[in-house]
Design a binder for this molecule. Structure first.
Ligand SMILES: C[S@@+](CC[C@H](N)C(=O)[O-])C[C@H]1O[C@@H](n2cnc3c(N)ncnc32)[C@H](O)[C@@H]1O
Length: 379
């Protein structure tokens, strides 16, 4: 009960904060597992919007992007508009790959044409985020700047680490992680609610994270996360690059979220997809929806923010709206299957081996599972 009250306060605060410029989910996985086609209608939680913009390349019929956080939804709308409207790949990459522009107001203005009026107002007030580096902005960007100053690592360090066999990287990283754990402001910050706001982890998900990592504190969770990240392909892991250098690895075309890659951008330019943006909670949007409105539901890790009763209610609503055969993509820091844990296996089947492969491929290494569920009763 105390946790639920704390999470109400968390949500009320979080929705007013610009936390992320980047979606901390591997949208390359989403594109692979959702299997969208021109008849697909997607309801997708946007976060910072890399995933929503990435769906355009598959030309779904419709995308409804939804988020309770207007900062994130406005950024998602901008990423979608730039993906569809900026025909020059070089200009597109300058804006959202490099995250900076000499004339941000001039660059953003023509993108606002089809967007809701509130999004246009938002960017006319906030275009300066592109003045130096979009990816160093927001609460997460601020924490990462502190982290970089504390760790003292750079792109050359990352390249050197990448050249080592994965098994040897930990030994190289261990002294840096140990001194980072001791250093201010990391030591003071990491176990506070402010840190949770900056990484988008509410108290419910914090608890799940501690359990999943068998950790006593969030500092332990963060350390374990770094150790997992060190084992990934560091040349193309854009989460590591943005976290430790503030930039994507511009030398590698696959080291960016899929929507920023040239081939996907070319395909997205021709997308006939209708896209809506909704400042709304998933629960309310689903309660007002009609059966068959969407065929695909991309939930980010929203279920992890909810206690079991609310998870069950949300999954029931999705099954009612999606109907037999609808697909649900969800991430969790836990390794348990949420459908099994809630006893909903008559309502949903987990799609395998797709889910297990997606969990292994997810390069954020933030999640114990990336699961795709199909509403039961379909063909
Ligand atoms: C769950 S958060 C966690 C961070 C996430 N992994 C990321 O990379 O953005 C992702 C997004 O979900 C939004 N969100 C959380 N609960 C929601 C809800 N019930 N309905 C709609 N959006 C929600 C948040 O505002 C945030 O932008």
């Amino acid at each position: 009960m105390a946790r639920q009250l704390a999470d109400r306060a968390f949500a009320a605060t979080f929705r007013h904060l610009f936390a992320f410029s980047l979606l901390y989910e591997d949208s390359e996985v989403d594109n692979r597992v959702l299997g969208l086609d021109p008849r697909s209608r997607v309801l997708a939680v946007s976060g910072a919007g890399c995933g929503v913009a990435g769906l355009l390349a598959a030309h779904p019929e419709r995308i409804d992007a939804i988020d309770i956080n207007p900062h994130h939804l406005a950024l998602a709308a901008l990423k979608v508009a730039a993906t569809r409207r900026v025909t020059s790949y070089a200009e597109f990459y300058q804006l959202l790959g490099r995250g900076r522009h000499a004339d941000p107001a001039g660059a953003l203005r023509p993108l606002m044409i089809d967007l809701p009026a509130w999004v246009a107002r938002y960017w006319s007030a906030n275009h300066d985020r592109f003045r130096t580096n979009l990816y160093a902005e927001g609460l997460a960007g601020t924490f990462q700047r502190w982290l970089r100053r504390t760790m003292g690592v750079d792109a050359d360090f990352l390249r050197a680490l990448h050249r080592l066999p994965p098994a040897d990287r930990l030994a190289h990283l261990a002294p840096i992680l140990a001194s980072t754990r001791r250093a201010w402001p990391m030591r003071a910050l990491v176990n506070t609610p402010l840190f949770l706001l900056g990484i988008g982890v509410n108290f419910e998900q914090r608890q799940r994270n501690l359990r999943a990592n068998r950790a006593a504190t969030m500092m332990d969770v963060v350390t374990a996360h770094f150790e997992r990240l060190a084992q990934t392909d560091l040349e193309t892991n854009w989460f590591v690059w943005v976290g430790l250098t503030g930039e994507f690895n511009h030398d590698h075309p696959a080291a960016v979220p899929p929507y920023l890659r040239a081939e996907n951008h070319r395909r997205a330019l021709a997308a006939p997809t209708r896209v809506g943006f909704h400042r709304e909670s998933l629960q309310r949007m689903l309660a007002a929806a009609t059966p068959g409105q969407w065929s695909h539901f991309s939930l980010c890790d929203v279920l992890d923010w909810l206690p079991a009763g609310a998870q069950r209610q949300l999954l029931h609503r999705i099954a009612r709206v999606g109907g037999p055969g609808a697909l649900v993509l969800t991430r969790s820091v836990e390794s348990a299957c949420v459908v099994d844990r809630l006893g909903l296996s008559e309502l949903y089947e987990r799609v395998e081996p797709v889910s297990t492969e997606a969990s292994e491929q997810e390069r954020t290494r933030l999640y114990g599972r990336v699961n795709v569920y199909r509403v039961a009763g379909g063909a």
